[in-house]
Design a protein around this ligand. Sequence first.
Ligand code: XUL
Ligand code: CO
Length: 436
Amino acid sequence: MAEFFPNIPKIEYDPKSKNPLTFKHYNPDEIIEGQKMKDLFRFSVCYWHTFRGTGSDPFGSATLQRPWDDGSNSVSNALTRVDAAFEFISKLGAPFYCWHDRDIAPEGATFKENNKNLDEIAKKLKAKQRETGIKLLWGTANLFSHPRYMHGAATTCNADVFAYAAAQVKKALEVTHELGGANYVFWGGREGYHNLYNTDMKRELDHLAKFMHMAHDHAKAIGFKGMFLFEPKPKEPTKHQYDFDAAACLNFIGRNGLDGIVKLNIETNHATLAGHTMMHELEYARIHNALGSIDANTGDLLLGWDTDQFPTDIYLTTQMMLVLLKQKGIKPGGVNFDAKVRRESFEPVDLFHAHIGGMDAFARGAKIAAAIRKDGVLDDFVKTRYRSFDTAFGKKIDSGKATFADCEKYISDKGEAAPNESGRQEYLENVINTYL
Ligand code: XUL
Ligand code: CO
């Protein structure tokens, strides 16, 4: 069979090597807090950026060289792409991959043709998964590219489009199930609005809730046990995306009876677009038992849009791993590189550099986070900081037994609250730096 990355061998862990096509930190079998790195991260390659990205931007056309791709929208081109993708993922040593239905199979002239194309590609994906041992982390449906979705999918004003989206998700769920997918993702591509003058927000949100329950009913009917995941994003493509951030998604989930049915897939660049750090979003999801999976990438400090760059910042990955290790990893989710090489990095080998860099950045972040946690520097500080709630009147507040009147009596008797202590933010930042 043709080789698509002919000069690139399997990427090995070789910390002393000067060869850039080796891992310096990601050592799949190395143990971090009791688990192998490969099980802790569950790294995943995304099909859309890595195999469908072209390098085009609003100012210029495609730049990326993908010699296996003839540029056509044919099923045969899509089948060849599967071979290239599985060669890449195998050589990289990532255990998982993810897709949208339309990344893997071409859009046809009719709904039925779309499904036929998808079945044909899925058959090959299944064979390739079996041959290589690579697994599907999640599937999803692209409900945003086709013009029919201009007003949204589940939140469209057009009932036929709602029905089309439901039928499309039904099929994508079935294919995800057929391929043993561990999760199913809902990113609300155009579920939002630009202008309230033409928008019935209540009706749209009610439809979104209905859509999710219909999806859950179908998952139960076909025996799909994977987790449903919302992917928060505050804007882009619409001005107001309904799934703004982890808090907005959890509010929607709680208000619509979707607790325990839907968790979150948190993406770094989406967190920053919402004005949050990734660590904030991860922790917010974690404390609500809703941290399901991660789309790993990063934005650019000087650019205000979703640049989806590969993560290389060790501070970022350390902070992420501090949260992830608290919940002993991310299974059944994973760390999916929803990231693209920049259009100037146009050679196939750049895909390897990008993923190796991201995997190494996470491995380093995990080692640093584990060292910080082993010494207990943050945990001890935080525990001590809140110790007034562990005894006496603080304990009464925590146990839910204190009333406003009790607080009034307590403080009246005391006259003034106990003095505050320093939060020591600079000290703690310095301590973290000693581990980096
Ligand atoms: C868009 C984005 C999507 C989702 C899957 O910003 O992140 O690729 O991850 O639909
Ligand atoms: Co994403």
